[in-house]
Design a protein around this ligand. Sequence first.
Ligand code: FAD
Length: 454
Amino acid sequence: MSHYDFDLFVIGAGSGGVRASRMAAGFGARVGVAEDLYLGGTCVNVGCVPKKLFAYSAHYSEDFEDAKGYGWDLPDAHFDWSALLENKNQEIARLNGIYRNMLKASGVTIMDARARFIDSHTLQVGDKQVTAEHILIATGGWPHIPEFPGSEHVISSNEVFHLETLPKRILVVGGGYIAIEFASIFHGMQREVSLLYRGELFLRGFDTSLREHMAATIKHKGIDLRFNADVRNIERQADGSLLVTLKDGTTLETDLVLYATGRKPNLKGLGLENTAVTLDDKGFIAVNTDYETQDPGIYAIGDVTDTLQLTPVALAEGMALARRLFQPADYVPVDYRDIPTAVFCIPNIATLGLTEEQAREAGHALNIYESRFRPMRNTLAGRGEESLMKMIVDKASDRVLGVHMIGPDAGEIVQGMAVALKAGATKAMFDATLGIHPTAAEEFVTMRTPTRSD
Ligand code: FAD
């Protein structure tokens, strides 16, 4: 046994930190974890989970509209933000309790305090000092709001989950998935929503067909989309509303401004200056492929490093590191290819593997299969909205390189496709698979003729 208090001490009990702690303890290591805000981290408290609960809530307004075509009349439906918030808070408290019990049951020592490095093996955790042979930094990210005149009037995704009231008019600024999700959520909650993005088209990095289709879809729903636009300043008016002046001089009145313009690594007060840990040129903790920092014995995983900012990625990294340190015989490095991901806007976007642009850049000659159709559910509902499904296939090998979808439950559908791609599925294998009828998902196994072929 080492002379340190712990074999592994983890800073941050978010997605990656909790997984690494529990796994390491399961392998027999003496593990401690420090968390100063909330067990479960961003995902459970101010990220994936409450966001998805809000998205479920937002969906009801369309469901109620659609229900009429199916013979249901719901004249009295109205939305109560405080009821949603209270129920959400209860659910999150339940999950916090589950995380605490899971960690305790695994034998992990939980310290509810902020941790700060004193030296490479010593941490100040609240009013205690602890030493550890290995220290894992899993402190995640924090919303970044640029400074400009009036920036004190805007909120980030951290505050949106605790608003006392949800005002009538909301402006969302940003072009990433969090911005699109919240624009959809507020729209579903019957708010007047504007979405402002300084680029040409939102969701940079996603397949262009998806980006264009989504922009057209949410615009048609009534979200005021403004691309190539940016905020110059914001003033609070006498009636409490906000006057937003854009860089082109035009103005917009709103009641709430949500900035979803990216996240920065959460390094505040961590005391990295007392270690040999270095940052990369984007300000993330620099690690090698084994999550080792420049300081032997200190590691970093998840959003505090320059990795894909997704919970399953942080979980996989936590698991891989725990194995590498304490069960090396079972160590399997994380495979970063073909990571599926969804955007829980309405309708959902889900994406997996290469976009058409990435596949071309990689030099593949392609067959592109693209289908736009009105899902059956929308027929009696009287909803004109179309789904989009797209497959990117390498002509030479017939391998499916990418699968992309916009439509109801796209996230649920594309998760299954991810298994197929991991197994190296070819288009011929998709063709040989029978559909489940009648579903939207069966479209993925019935697209026979390429829309475009190189
Ligand atoms: P985190 O989960 O952020 O955990 C870090 C923890 O460290 C925090 O609890 C923090 O309080 C603690 N901490 C920080 N500094 C200290 C310190 N010095 N001492 C003690 N504790 C400290 N991902 C998905 O896969 N799907 C989604 O749908 C999704 N939706 C999202 C929606 C929003 C609005 C946001 C913001 C994120 C979303 N994400 C989603 C991303 C996902 O939440 C993150 O990728 C994931 O939580 C990263 O895990 P992590 O372990 O790196 O850090």
